[in-house]
Design a protein around this ligand. Structure first.
Ligand code: ADP
Length: 660
């Protein structure tokens, strides 16, 4: 700091203050200042320096000729740093023209006060808002000087800015949320609207909002309700909340919701302050939701299934509304599934598994259990369910669907019973057939036994020779063993046929099955003078089936063929058995005879149970044969043979490994 300047400053400050204190000393003559005057100047200088108002004295060129310590300090300077500089230095570049204009105006209008608000820049670059009060005075030498007193209004300005900002935010928020605000003084009818409210009602901003204008916009069907609601609110001075429709200038419909609260203004009058929201989109979404809910309700109500919901304790909380029109059990609410299932104790394992799934909160599928319908009739129910949770993942229960599967279960049970009865019957007829085959079987066994005896005799004879012919004796014994084995094979086979054994599906060679069956009826054929012709394809793929059952079918067909040729005397009684594969990968086995054949009337009924044309016949054979073949996934059909007689054809699928 230059002392010279400080001295100048001190002098001119004192000089300038002379003007200010003129009134104080008007009584004094214009001579050298006396001690009293100097004292007054000093005091005023103190006031000038430390009064918390920023004072600037600027010459017509804009140079700072004085500034008080407070004023300089407010800008981060010492007075000496500012004195002699252009006052423009403490203003923003862009504000400087304005400052020049203001100073010029002051200079033009001596002794008149002017006020303006402007920003100043501190030494550190920060901003200060001030209100400047300026006035040009004439100095003792007649030169003009601009005195400026500034008041720091930064806080107010910041508050104003914040307010402006929050108003802007509010406007933004209103626009984004499609919510406008309004005020309504019920007594005077005065209405104020926010920008967004104007937008919602589609009125030009600035149009005076009046009730008739609003009513015009409101859908004619809703006008009365709106008037009633607002009228009652005004009378009772109570809050209101209502929804209504607007008809926009383009004819479109807008849904709005207006909510207002009653308040009292400064004069104690009721004033409503509220918001109005455009809820058209929400309404539309609600409508769509309602439509789709209705759709699902329609589906649900037309289904014979019923829907249920259980709580965290697995007790039923809800059940489809229409459940009373269908088989669903009644009075389920509050009960668990195992409370109502009479099989809960009978099948503990099933229920333990089910409850473990529920406790693990995993979905379950197709649980079938016994229950009772609303009339107490036993029913079978099949149910599947899925757990549901709240937004935090807390388990709330299960939702699912139940189906009455009684009919299906009963059908299954009936089919099972039928299957059992058929197997039983097949067994009985097999045993019956074996009874009929006694002669054949005896013959089958007798033959090797006779051979055994003959060979044993021969063996003895070889041994009795001198010397004994051991080689020949050994050969005889080997033949004995062979024949013995053959006899025992026949017995084993017959026992297998007679035994009530479960079905055993295995890969089979069709030709072997045919040969074994033929072996058992050999004698029967011989006694009826029937010859058999086997046309078996070699190297056949395997089939998959039960050996005993398939042999039963073949024996049945062969026996029927023998019987059909009983009266044939004019030609050889010949039975032909063929095997082979069809073009489309199936096994074909056929049994043809040249007997009396099948009449037109009989062809459709052959396979019916109890259809027989024989005096001692039972009429069950073919029906059982067909069910056996069908259980193997095949077909059994009958047709007249080419010349005379009948042909029965079996079609069987090949063993899967063979087809691939
Ligand atoms: P059953 O032999 O006890 O009569 P089946 O069911 O085996 O019972 O046969 C039913 C009927 O089918 C026989 O009574 C017969 O009229 C007819 N039938 C069966 N096989 C032949 C055949 N090979 N030729 C002509 N008719 C047959």
């Amino acid at each position: 700091m230059k002392p010279g300047r400080a001295a100048t400053f001190g002098k001119s400050a004192a000089q300038l203050l002379v003007g200010c204190v003129r009134q104080v000393v008007t009584a004094r003559p214009r001579t050298e200042p006396d001690a009293g005057l100097l004292e007054a100047v000093k005091q005023w200088q103190q006031v000038f320096e430390h009064n918390p108002v920023m004072y600037f004295m600027v010459d017509p060129a804009g140079t700072v000729i004085n500034v008080n310590t407070f004023g300089a300090a407010q800008l981060g300077y010492k007075p000496a740093e500012l004195i002699g500089r252009s006052v423009l230095d403490v203003f923003f570049e862009e504000d400087r023209d304005f400052v020049r204009t203001c100073v010029a105006l002051c200079l033009k209008t001596i002794d008149q006060s002017h006020t303006w608000e402007i920003r100043k820049v501190r030494k550190d670059g920060s901003v200060l808002w001030v209100r400047e009060n300026a006035k040009t005075m004439l100095r003792a030498n007649g030169g003009p000087i601009v005195l400026v007193a500034c008041e720091n209004i930064t806080e107010r300005k910041e508050a104003e800015n914040a307010l402006r900002q929050s108003e802007a935010y509010l406007a933004q928020a209103q626009e984004l949320s499609h919510t406008g605000s309004f005020g309504w003084k019920a007594a005077t009818g005065e209405i104020t609207w926010s920008k967004e409210t104007y937008r919602i009602f589609q009125f030009e901003e600035g149009t005076k909002p009046e009730i008739p204008l609003m009513l015009e916009r409101i859908h004619p069907e809703d006008r009365l309700a709106v008037q009633r609601t607002t009228g009652r609110a005004a009378r009772e001075e109570k809050a209101f909340d209502h929804e209504y429709r607007l008809v926009m200038p383009d004819g479109s419909i807008k849904y709005v919701r207006a909510v207002a609260r009653a308040m009292r203004d400064a004069n104690g009058h009721v004033e409503f302050v509220g918001s109005v929201t455009d809820i058209t989109a929400t309404k539309e979404a609600e409508r769509k939701l309602r439509d789709s809910e209705q759709r699902f309700r329609d589906y649900a109500e037309t289904a014979s299934d019923w829907f249920w919901e259980t709580g965290p304790d697995h007790r039923v909380t809800q059940i489809s509304e229409h459940s009373d029109t269908i088989a669903a059990p009644a009075g389920l609410i509050g009960l668990t599934r195992w409370d109502i299932a009479p099989d809960a104790d009978l099948e503990p394992e099933k229920w333990q598994k089910h409850r473990a799934a529920l406790d693990a909160h995993v979905p379950f599928r197709d649980l079938v259990y016994r229950s009772k319908d609303r009339n107490g009739k036993p029913i079978y129910v099949r149910t599947s369910g899925k757990p549901f949770f709240d937004a935090d993942g807390v388990f709330l229960g299960y939702r699912g669907v139940c189906t009455d599967v009684t009919a299906a279960i009963r059908t299954n049970q009936a089919e099972e019973a039928l299957r059992r009865a058929q197997a039983e019957l097949a067994h009985v007829t097999r045993v019956t057939t074996l009874g009929e085959l006694t002669a054949s079987i005896a013959h089958e066994i007798n033959q090797p036994l006779a051979a055994v005896i003959a060979n044993a005799d021969a063996c003895l004879a070889w041994l009795q020779r001198s010397p004994p012919d051991l080689k020949a004796a050994r050969r005889s014994v080997e033949w004995i063993i062979e024949d013995g084995t053959r006899a025992s094979d026949v017995i084993r086979h017959v026992r297998a046929l007679a035994k009530r054994s479960g079905i055993e599906m295995v890969p089979l060679d069709a030709n072997v099955v045919v040969r074994e069956a033929v072996a058992l009826v050999q004698r029967e054929m011989a006694s009826h003078a029937v010859s058999v012709r086997m046309e078996l394809s070699s190297a056949l793929p395997k089939i998959f089936g039960d050996r005993i059952q398939l042999q039963q079918v073949l024996i049945n067909l062969i026996m029927n063929g023998i019987e059909a040729m009983e009266d044939v005397n004019d030609r050889p009684r010949e039975l032909t058995i063929r095997s082979g594969t069809s073009g489309d990968g199936a096994m074909l086995v056929s049994v043809s005879d040249c007997g009396f054949g099948i009449s037109e009337q009989a062809i459709d009924r052959l396979f019916m149970p109890f259809f027989t044309t024989k005096s001692s016949g039972m009429g069950m054979g073919l029906s059982i044969c067909r069910s056996i073949i069908e259980a193997h996934g095949g077909q059994l059909s009958a047709a007249p043979s080419q010349e005379r007689g009948a042909t029965f054809q079996i079609i069987l699928p090949l063993h899967r490994e063979e087809t691939s």
